[in-house]
Design a protein around this ligand. Structure first.
Ligand SMILES: NC(=O)c1ccc[n+]([C@@H]2O[C@H](COP(=O)([O-])OP(=O)(O)OC[C@H]3O[C@@H](n4cnc5c(N)ncnc54)[C@H](OP(=O)(O)O)[C@@H]3O)[C@@H](O)[C@H]2O)c1
Length: 284
């Protein structure tokens, strides 16, 4: 049985059905099963990683997908050590390309430390290091729906955005087939697109022009606090990561194609899949 942390997150939502389709038995963790909408073929377990009885959650698990929100090395170390005690044979950790590039922002540092804890815990391991997700562009939902516009901080870099289904597909192979033990995979899409190009692709999928507005970082910070309710600390962490990753977000790795034997999914495909969500509300 494969135990999936973050089962209701962007990657987890794609991973759980992919594992089930591959024939695996899946135990999915959520803090709130009533809201979780997890694939009914999975066993759903309730738990908060800050307080959970890890040995009980891990009982009977052979492999674990390790993803924690909040970038807590402590949580991942605790999971890795409890998994080793529970007889888990393989840990697959979701990290970030920032570790490959040696970034020193707090989010990347926490991932680097957690990677080390996973490698040292005892079970076999595979580290997945995705770059920025296409799903991050859901942050544009509100302004596209309300104002038919996208606001980005000035100097936003071109980015080789990766589709979460590609991350999930690689994770599925690592968790259900052999040959991925001890591997570290950097995962990106197949092409770097500027934000202006991304907006044009999305506008094409939606079927109407969308205004593209670059704004100073101070205005972008204010927008994140106002629109998304992010705490100031989270906004600082985000911009610290962005400053460091800006020079490298365009870098394309061929890992998805090498591991999956097919090209990565494109942003145009992501835009078509999600166009309906972006059109809702706008009356202009
Ligand atoms: N976004 C990017 O571009 C990007 C790029 C590279 C790497 N990453 C990494 O990807 C990870 C985030 O993945 P994601 O975007 O899939 O996350 P997400 O969509 O934000 O989902 C977070 C998941 O964590 C679970 N969770 C949160 N707090 C928890 C707790 N205390 N106990 C148990 N479960 C908890 C949530 O489950 P419930 O709410 O159901 O409990 C949810 O399933 C981060 O480590 C991030 O650094 C992101």
């Amino acid at each position: 049985m494969i135990f999936v942390l973050g089962a209701t997150g962007k990657v987890g939502r794609a991973l759980v059905p992919a594992l089930l389709d591959a024939g695996a038995a899946v135990r999915a963790l959520t803090r709130d099963p009533a809201k979780a909408r997890i694939d009914p073929r999975a066993e759903v377990v309730q738990g908060d990683l800050d307080t959970a009885d890890l040995p009980a959650l891990l009982d009977g698990a052979d492999r674990v997908f390790v993803l924690t929100q909040g970038h807590s090395t402590e949580r991942e170390t605790a999971v890795a050590q409890a998994a080793a005690h529970a007889g888990v044979t393989h840990l697959v950790k979701l990290s970030t390309t920032g570790v490959y590039f040696g970034q020193t922002d707090p989010i990347t540092r926490a991932h680097a430390e957690a990677e080390q804890a996973i490698r040292e815990a005892g079970p076999a391991w595979t580290i997945l290091r995705p770059g920025a997700f296409m799903d991050n562009r859901f942050a544009w939902l509100g302004s596209i729906r309300d104002e038919n516009a996208v606001y980005v901080p000035e100097g936003d870099p071109a980015s080789a955005l990766v589709h979460v289904r590609d991350i999930a597909a690689v994770a599925t192979l690592a968790l259900t087939t052999s040959g991925h033990e001890g591997a570290t995979y950097e995962l990106t899409g197949g092409e770097a697109l500027t934000t202006a190009q991304q907006v044009a692709i999305l506008a094409d999928a939606i079927g109407r022009p969308v205004e593209f507005v670059e704004e100073p970082e101070t205005a972008a910070r204010e927008r994140m606090v106002r629109r998304f309710g992010w705490p100031a600390e989270a906004v600082d962490g985000f911009f610290a990561l962005k400053r460091e990753s800006a020079e490298r977000e365009h870098v394309v790795f061929d890992t998805v194609e090498r591991v999956l034997g097919r090209p990565p999914l494109t942003f145009a495909k992501w835009a078509r899949e999600n166009a309906a969500a972006f059109t809702y509300h706008y009356g202009g």
